[in-house]
Design a protein around this ligand. Structure first.
Ligand code: 6GU
Length: 246
């Protein structure tokens, strides 16, 4: 997988690049590159943004600046580039990122992420250069860099060999294996801590019962999250004693 991130702040990705799943993926042939809009701007004094026509708060990344950056990096007109690869603009109003969207992106061989700052992009960037608009949630970030890292993190950990343990992404929260539900609870040693005990079934060594308990827990958590996302305290709690579930 080759991911190109267009950003005004390539240095923001330093920490992210050192994460184990990222270094693993890179060691297996993946590549992460950064293009700084400012390095390619046709305007003077490193200008990349401008005020919106019609007035209003904030600044927009200019369409000619994005055009020049894409053209410089790929050596082609951005209109051609977007026929060959997904060019994903990071915008708060875009398609919400979920596990299915991550899987879809992880199947691509190349991705381009356009990260914005200020109020966002001139609409013509989205209309003509991007193939997708992606949002990581319904709230507004000051810039797309964190969103770009979220996308890269979620996509890269799905690549073969990125996590040490190949099964890790199969039966995890929101996966098809769990019918889109959150993952079941996990416990480790000590089996009892301050009187808090690990569900007995997990210590039983009975794989069939353990699988059943985990599937039940996952379904129950999914149902609770759907019923009342804002007031989980009012809802029935999972039976952590290992006994039968309602
Ligand atoms: Cl992708 N960008 C910004 N600026 N804010 C966001 C977002 C993206 N997703 C949610 N909020």
């Amino acid at each position: 997988m080759e991911i190109d991130v267009f950003t005004l702040f390539p240095e923001a990705f330093g920490w992210f690049e050192r994460q184990r799943h990222v270094t693993n993926a890179i060691a297996r042939g993946s590549r992460l590159s950064y293009v700084n809009y400012r390095d390619h701007t046709p305007l003077g004094a490193g200008q990349v943004d401008d005020t919106p026509f019609g007035g209003g708060a904030g600044m927009l990344i200019r369409v000619d600046v994005v055009d020049a950056a894409i053209r410089a990096h790929y050596g082609r007109d951005p209109l051609e580039v977007r026929k060959e690869r997904r060019v994903i603009a990071l915008t708060p109003g875009g398609r919400l990122l979920d596990d299915a969207f991550v899987d879809e992106l992880a199947r691509e061989h190349r991705l381009t992420l356009l990260s914005g700052r200020y109020e966002g992009f001139d609409q013509r960037v989205l209309d003509h250069f991007a193939t997708d608009e992606l949002s990581i949630g319904r709230y507004v970030l000051a810039g797309g860099e964190l969103a770009a890292m979220v996308v890269c993190d979620a996509v890269i950990r799905k690549l073969p060999g990125a996590l040490g343990h190949e099964d890790s992404t199969l039966e995890e929260s929101f996966s098809e294996a769990l019918a889109g539900a959150p993952e079941y609870p996990h416990y480790s040693r000590p089996a009892e801590y301050r009187g808090w005990i690990v569900p007995e079934v997990l210590l039983s060594g009975h794989h069939g019962l353990i699988s059943q308990w985990r599937a039940d827990q996952s379904r129950l958590r999914g149902a609770r999250a759907r019923e009342a996302p804002t007031e989980p305290a009012d809802l029935p709690v999972a039976d952590h004693t290992g006994g039968p579930l309602p």
